[in-house]
Ligand binder design. Structure first.
Ligand code: GDD
Ligand code: MG
Length: 257
């Protein structure tokens, strides 16, 4: 594409993504956006941990519920040559999720909820079975899983074990998910009960499943990646594994990594 055409296309692109009149302070950059955030275009500009990556420009595309940026950076390939790349990132903060299990009863506690993103992408009705999970919202990950367990299942958990932290979808999402497991008592929960924070539009249904039945639903009734991952961890290395599971004693609060 000739340089002048590329510049015109870029300006057109900017007009389409930024409704702010030319010269006016831009929400999310110079002045707070609807959620009180500023300087959202600064994220990533100072990255220098990898000498093969030099960030050249960060543009804020949207700052609504989540933040979308496009970042231009130079990347040095294995053969030593550099190329300019542009990548959009979707930033909604980090999240945490928890497998609630009863090792003796061989049950797990899941929730059913409507997920529009799955519905619009060919899921039959958007009603997904998942482990309780939520965005951190500035809380410590362990605090977040305690909060989400209670809000989404009504279950107040005691000991909580941190397992690992994983990037959910590193091609485009910045999100890192903190994974936990926590025992609950089969019989203490109301199967089919409704929960969730109504004010936030949440409407969850508590679903207690035999762990082997849950495994049998992978790829059918259970299509949420973090849930599949936790179920497989539980039977391979966790409380339902043949060798059993001896978690390290829980700490009061984990260091945030
Ligand atoms: N208005 C509005 N509200 C939203 C939007 N997206 C989410 N919300 C609100 O934010 C709440 C988020 O609920 P959480 O329980 O905190 O998060 P989650 O959606 O369950 O996210 C968890 O699962 C995701 C999918 O696997 C994970 O990606 C995420 O890290 C977390 O673990 C929703 O109930 C909804 O009210 C949006 O685009 N617009
Ligand atoms: Mg949730």
């Amino acid at each position: 594409m000739p340089a002048e055409v590329a510049v015109a296309a870029q300006e057109e692109d900017d007009r389409m993504t930024d409704p702010t009149p030319p010269g006016a302070p831009r929400p999310g950059i110079e002045v707070p956006d609807a959620r009180g955030r500023t300087h959202l275009d600064r994220t990533g500009r100072d990255l220098d941990r990898n000498p093969r990556v030099v960030v050249r420009d960060v543009r804020l595309l949207t700052s609504n519920w989540y933040v979308t940026r496009t970042t231009a950076f130079d990347y040095q390939h294995a053969d030593g040559t550099w190329s300019r790349q542009e990548r959009e990132t979707h930033d909604r903060g980090d999240g945490a999720c928890v497998l609630l299990f009863d090792a003796a009863a061989r049950t797990v506690l899941l929730i059913e909820q409507f997920r529009y993103a799955a519905y619009v992408n060919e899921h039959p009705d958007g009603m997904l079975l998942e482990v309780p999970a939520g965005l951190l919202d500035d809380d410590h990950p362990e605090t977040a899983v305690r909060r989400e367990s209670q809000e989404e299942t009504g279950c107040v958990v005691g000991e909580v074990h941190h397992l690992f932290d994983l990037y959910s979808s590193p091609g485009s999402l910045t999100e890192r998910l903190h994974f936990f497991a926590a025992p609950y008592e089969h019989g203490s929960v109301d199967h089919g009960a409704r929960a969730g924070v109504r004010a936030e539009g949440e409407d969850t249904r508590v679903v207690e499943l035999d762990v082997d039945d849950a495994l049998g639903e992978i790829g059918r009734g259970i299509v949420d990646a973090k849930t599949v991952l936790l179920l497989q961890w539980a039977v391979l290395q966790g409380p339902f594994s043949p060798a059993g599971w001896n978690p390290a004693p829980p700490r009061a609060l984990l260091e945030r990594t």
